[in-house]
Design a protein around this ligand. Structure first.
Ligand code: ATP
Ligand code: HSE
Length: 351
């Protein structure tokens, strides 16, 4: 079999951007890069190596690693029961785990693209998104990681049969056990319904950069979703809807208006509940304002946290240092990075 090789590059993402809980996402210039070779050895066991963020904790067993499990799910849905012979994958990761920068969304998108490439399936973007949404069930991170930019998305209301197909437990989509020696998983995994997710890309003012202030502790998305209520008051929902409607256009305007954006990035749906898990969050978002910090446009929790996302046109160091000082009073150390808005996921097939 001839050797073939390709590279998959997927960006980090920040979800919510204040009021857009589970709705909006922004792709950022930190990447998960997979360098893949097929046919380089004659073993049926994929060889995975890993460098960068998460290298000390990520499983290197292809039946346990999130990216390769997702790829196998895509393959099994296309009547391909196993990885190709002689598969090697090197993952180089710049996206810190469990910080609200979309590491799991990037791993899932890398997995669906990997499955499509390994099976030579040529899946269109819409179908890649369907597969990703069977695994990560809120569309904000995965959509922005796949298509890039500042993106809004919704999940289509499905009919009864499709709802059932899309609601199967994650453990059936991605079995958590390796097949026994000499066995393979069956070829009857739950197929994603067609057209689960839909999205639109908003405009973005090129003058705006994203400052990520990253506390040195992990907070799993599952835990940060566990503190949210099941129901909200009409007042709080209207508060968020009003701001989100303004925000999606305000971030495309030149020059961006700090007063408008700062207010439009406030939230009453997730941040007030997550402050118990992120000491210092309310002080950071209320003490650092466009009038105290020229250049700042708005400030919020990035995804499920604990990272703080500040959108700004300058003054990055002062914003970061003052946020760091607030976190320090709570005993939390942070790192910070100024990031660009990134393009979407790309595959480069090597000659
Ligand atoms: N490159 C990767 N390869 C394999 N598994 C990964 C990779 N990146 C993340 N993961 C898995 O995802 C987990 C983190 O997911 P989680 O949803 O809790 O946080 P996050 O995606 O970083 O944050 P958020 O969803 O708020 O942006 C890691 O602990 C790890 O199990
Ligand atoms: N919208 C999601 C993003 C986390 O990945 C949340 O805030 O829980």
């Amino acid at each position: 079999m001839p050797i073939r090789s390709f590279t998959i590059r997927v960006p980090a993402t920040s979800a919510n951007i204040g009021p857009g809980f589970d709705v909006v996402g922004l792709s950022l210039s930190l990447h998960l890069t997979l360098t893949v070779t097929v046919g380089a050895h004659d073993s049926i066991s994929p060889k995975i190596t890993y460098s960068g963020e998460g290298a000390d904790e990520v499983p290197l067993d292809a039946y346990k690693n999130l990216t390769t499990r997702v790829a196998l799910y895509v393959l099994r849905c296309h009547n391909i029961a196993k990885f190709p012979v002689g598969l090697t994958i090197h993952c180089d990761n710049e996206i810190p785990f469990g910080r609200g920068l979309g590491s799991s969304g990037a791993a899932v998108i890398a997995g669906v693209i990997l499955g499509s490439e390994l099976g030579q399936l040529s899946l269109p973007v819409e179908r890649l998104l369907d597969f990703a949404l069977m695994v990560e069930r809120h569309p904000d991170n995965v959509t922005a990681a796949l298509v890039g930019g500042f993106v809004g998305s919704y999940l289509r209301e499905l009919d009864g049969a499709a709802t059932e197909a899309a609601s199967v437990p994650l453990s059936e989509v991605l079995p958590e056990y390796p097949p026994d020696a000499g066995e393979e998983w069956g070829l009857n995994p739950p197929q994603p319904p067609l057209g689960i997710g839909h999205y639109v890309r908003f405009g973005w003012s090129e003058s705006i950069k994203a400052l990520a202030i990253i506390p040195r502790f992990e907070l799993s998305t599952a835990k940060a979703r566990g503190v949210l209520p099941l129901e909200y008051s009409r007042k709080d929902l209207v508060f968020n809807l009003q701001r989100l409607a303004v925000l999606t256009t305000a971030l495309a305007r030149n020059p961006p208006d700090p007063e408008l954006i700062y207010e439009a990035m406030k939230d009453r749906v997730h941040q007030p509940y997550r402050k118990t898990l992120i000491p210092g969050l309310p002080e950071v978002t209320s003490n650092i304002t466009p009038s105290t910090h020229p250049g700042l446009l708005g400030i919020c929790l990035s995804g499920a946290g604990p990272t703080i996302l500040a959108l700004a046109t300058g003054g990055y160091e002062a914003i970061a240092n003052d946020a760091a000082a607030i976190f320090k009073t709570h005993g939390i150390e942070v790192d910070w990075k100024v990031l660009e808005i990134a393009g979407g996921s790309i595959v480069q097939r090597n000659p």
